[in-house]
Design a protein around this ligand. Structure first.
Ligand SMILES: Cc1ncc(COP(=O)(O)O)c(C=O)c1O
Length: 454
């Protein structure tokens, strides 16, 4: 197909880049190389500021939004160029693309936003949060590698580390309480342990990790630190606190629409590039590719992530404070009595708040179910659904849903009470309207005989 084209063929929309030849040494290439994956060198002190100073991609015709590069494959003007691309001599840093399972310009552009958001050198986006997590762990840990991980993790990640990785890849994990720094240090075996893995704010217990101290401990023993920041985008920036890699389930707050499954790996350019290696790269070879149309959609939502997070956090703090005053067992890192409240304050970016998730401990699954039933079907406060980061409040009983991959003992060790209701606090409606609904459900819950015993 490409062979039938004359050398005078100009690519629509790429005239600036290549006219009639693969102008490999042109000045425009130097400009694009500088801004490939990295965040511009300015001092980083706030994720919104970093996002605003990241490269803005315009559309083909000068549109304020970037164009979607919907092509699976990319043509070249000269056969030699293809050989050089496959040999790794020409790549996306100079605007040469091979195939969209490898780099795609639109997905790369979203990656630049994610790198700016997390303050990392590079980032690349994937089809799901789980594919980001599994790919990065497989990339860093070869067969026989060892991971030290927090006991309190999203159930899917826990299952990946407990069952899948040992069986399929001979990668084993020791689980520890990451609040116990001596235990973390003891569990890391120098030379064997490749990764210390934890969630910045854990799912569902909302334990906050001491990222600087844990990073120091891991680095002293030669392990890399991989942090899942799904619960706290904007609020926490683990890479700025010492972590090497930040992974995300973009499906949650970053998307905000509960309509897309997506993930990201944010870290050093060397790691991201190695994951794209044609011979050894986990992303290239396992292929959890993000569709460029999805990448475009997500890139339009990132600019208002900060505003959304502030409102999620403000509502969660207001509800948690009022629930606590009513004597309800509420877990929220923004409350002064939360064990890591001061730690979170010391690490958090200014003015975003303390996270958009709060938990109510109803002690038994039966009481948790009654509360959720009333909140959804009687008071219209929110939806019984897993996931988080939606504009409506979403609630689930973690022990029987998103943490059900963990057995009873593992749940107990992770501090997951059977009656724990995780609430991703939405920002729809007014705060007082939603509080009224929450109060209404709670007062109904007190009525004797409503659902048998109280
Ligand atoms: C903390 C955390 N990490 C990762 C994941 C997995 O992400 P995804 O569903 O996008 O694969 C989830 C999903 O619930 C999660 O809560």
């Amino acid at each position: 197909m490409a062979e039938t084209r004359s050398h005078s063929f100009a690519y629509p929309g790429s005239a600036k880049k290549r006219q009639g030849s693969d102008d490999i040494d042109g000045d425009d290439m130097i400009v694009s190389k500088k801004s490939l994956l990295s965040v511009p060198g300015a001092a980083w002190d706030d994720p919104a500021a970093a996002l605003a100073s990241a490269r803005h991609e315009f559309g083909e015709h000068g549109g304020v939004n970037m164009s979607i590069e919907a092509s699976a494959t990319f043509t070249v003007m000269e056969p030699e160029t293809m050989r050089r691309m496959f040999a790794g001599e020409l790549g996306p840093d100079r605007d040469f693309f091979i195939y969209s399972r490898h780099f795609n310009p639109t997905v790369l552009s979203l990656g630049r936003q994610m790198a700016a958001l997390e303050g990392t050198e590079a980032a690349y986006c994937t089809a799901s949060g789980m594919s980001a997590i599994s790919s990065v762990l497989m990339q860093i840990c070869s067969s026989g590698g060892h991971v030290v991980a927090s006991r309190t993790l999203y159930g899917g990640t826990h299952a990946l580390l407990t069952h899948f990785l040992p069986r399929a890849c001979n990668i084993t994990t020791s689980f520890v309480d990451i609040r116990d720094h001596a235990a973390v240090r003891d569990a890391i075996v120098a030379g064997k342990t490749k990764v210390l893995y934890f969630e910045s704010m854990s799912n569902p217990t909302l334990t906050v990790a001491d990222v600087p101290e844990l990073s120091r401990i891991a680095h002293d023993k030669g392990a890399m630190v991989v942090v899942d920041n799904t619960f706290a985008p904007m609020v926490l920036s683990p890479a700025r606190l010492g972590a090497d890699v930040v992974v995300h389930s973009i499906s949650k707050f970053i998307s905000g629409g509960a309509d897309i499954i997506a993930g990201a790996i944010c870290g050093p350019a060397k790691l991201v590039n190695s994951m794209m290696d044609l011979h050894q790269g986990a992303l290239m070879l396992l292929g959890p590719t993000m569709n460029p149309k999805v990448a475009f959609e997500l890139s339009e939502r990132i600019p208002h992530l900060g505003l959304r997070m502030k409102e999620h956090c403000a509502r969660a703090l207001a509800f948690a404070t009022r629930l606590k005053k009513m004597g309800i067992r509420v877990i929220y890192p923004g409350l002064e009595d939360h064990p890591q409240h001061d730690l979170l304050k010391s690490m958090a970016n200014k003015d975003y708040g303390f996270g958009g998730i709060m938990c109510v401990d109803m002690e038994t699954e039966d009481r948790a179910n009654r509360l959720m039933h009333l909140l959804q079907n009687y008071a219209q406060f929110g939806f019984m659904a897993v996931s988080l980061g939606y504009y409506e409040t979403l609630m689930s009983c973690s022990g029987s849903s998103t943490s059900s991959e963990m057995n009873e003992e593992e749940q107990a060790l992770a501090g997951i009470s059977p009656g724990l209701v995780r609430m991703s606090v939405g920002y729809i409606g007014t705060l007082e309207q939603k509080w009224g609904q929450l109060e209404k459900a709670l007062s109904r819950l007190q009525e004797p005989g409503l659902f048998g015993k109280n």
